[in-house]
Design a protein around this ligand. Sequence first.
Ligand code: IVH
Length: 684
Amino acid sequence: MARTPSPKKRIEELRAQIRHHNEQYYGSDQPEISDAEFDILLRDLRDLEATHPELADSSSPTEAVGAAAVTTFDPVQHRVPMTSLDNAMDESELRAWGDRVSKGLGDQPVQYVCELKIDGLAISIRYENGVLVQAATRGDGKVGEDVTANVATISSLPKKISNAPEVVEVRGEIFMSIAAFQKLKAEREAENLVRIENGRAPLAVPVNPRNAGAGSLRQKDPSITAQRDMSLWSYQLGEVVGGPEFTSHHDTLEFLRTLGFPVNPEITIVDSIEAVMQFCHSWQERRHELPYEIDGAVVKVDSLAQREQLGFTSRAPRWAIAFKFPPEEKHTLLRDIQISVGRTGRVTPFAVLEPVFVGGSNVGMATLHNRDQVAAKDVRPGDTVVVRKAGDVIPEVVGPVLAKRPKNSTPWVFPTQCPCEVKSTLVKLDDVADTRCVEPMCPFQRDQRIIYFASRGGMDIEGLGERTVFALSDAGLVVDVGDLFSLTVEQLLTLEGFAELSAQNLVASIQASRSKPLPKLLTALGIKHLGPAASDSLSSHFGTLDAIASASAEELAAVDGVGGVIAASINAWFAVPANALIVSKLRDAGVEFGRVVVSTLPQTLVGKAVVVTGTLANFSREGAEEAIKARGGKSPGSVSAKTFAVVLGESPGASKVTKAEQLQIPVLNESQFEVLLETGELPN
Ligand code: IVH
């Protein structure tokens, strides 16, 4: 018989899982599960904590959910709190809510207002004597941020209203239409081509309309928001002084409409949960017909007297519920399972799918992670499979549709040989999930190593991307990174896609990279386990590549942030004859082996971690990070409780902003960042 864990154990498990997924989502921007699955974990934990108050813990993730306002915009105290809504994840939860409403109202008849749940940002816009005076985000529901100047740029929003009450707060959702998002994305991509051509860092490209909308609303310069074509649906009133008396929600919507505010036309009033269900299911099917994104439906009791009777829980009103659409799933043909080989030889299986439109985009490929995952799912080429995508989460193959499995189908067998021409044996050790190609001369690994060498974190060679590396490798012009430096314009001209100017530019940027500082060169070599932070420490300690190559494992391991695993890996790398050959080719080409930039700047940031997100006007991303390091600080890629400050540029990563808000980490704009660099202090 299966044993169920004790509540204490289960609570601990859930807390650990939620912390892990929070870190994946906010910290590394690599969510492993959908928002819907996350919500389920969080709710299970909340339910268990409610039934076991003796197991309460103030550090539980349930206590931390809900973003507090950040300090970049002035705080605004909401006079009427902006509460959130409880969620119904499926039909039975929606019915259960309907039952609670009926019970709470002693079985009176109920009218429900069904609305679309707009996937945007909640806003409260205050008018005094008909004039827009303030717009604030929801924040933690009590205190939001003042984004008046940005909201005032929304063209469909009246700036002045006639016949208005003395005070009226209009609440609703600000969003970016799909068309506006696509326009912004296309403009960004075009602008990036020019920036790259001019040697400037590309700007972040927004991933979906909600993130683009959030980024636009957070602009310090409202003229940028004005170019973004944001929209609003209003759906609620906040504080009202001197206004008419209302008896129903639909009256308030009508009032908003007559004042000139946009009210969504798809709102429907029904008198049974059955009809509510129909509304929800119908929009679940038709959501992509809308020119903006929705992630569910919101159902509200219409009568204001009944709302009063039902009241609020500590979190949300009892008279409304958000029905969240489940992650979208589609069936498609699994054409094949193939494997890709990474720079360190790690082999990743992936699904080649008959392209299918799911979750707002076309999906033709999806990772299957590793051998165990394929075995656990037992998906086979020729199967019809379920593909899922929720929000901006990467597409996932959920599993096979067994009823449609072709007869005589057999389980997929993980290849025993690398698909490259060397056909080396693939190895899986018992205690690790990964399978590896252990042949260092495997051309697939080789190409990935060259791509890594040229990438931003390494030698940052402009114009040497994946496609060019494959072309160079196919033409036999490069075998390892040492060969890059002897490439000529004439050789490049033999490749498709190269003209005189682009060939000259690439040769010039390869040659220019020879004077990159030692930590960049060391990182670029792609030594297993050796990342930029340890490369920095090793470079400062040893000063030259030759000194690192000849150091013993003990000497290497003694350096701050290095340790035994990295030290052994470095020793092993330099001991491989093919790598020694690379080092000698680099030396012959005149690559600098000892360019350690010693900072003469005041060490204002020693021991402080400052995270940079978004595009800054006066610094490239690398420039900002180097400015931090040159003052003794660290610039990690993710926000954690140890982060001293987060610097926000244009189009910041939404997850980093949210995490900073959650952890209440100071958020700085560019000029405040400059003060921080100079003084090491947080500006007032
Ligand atoms: S009513 C007390 N109506 O969903 C009622 N919210 O999950 C407050 N949302 O914070 C909200 N569309 O940002 C309401 N038609 C709609 C909505 C809507 C989107 C958002 C809103 C809210 C969140 C709750």
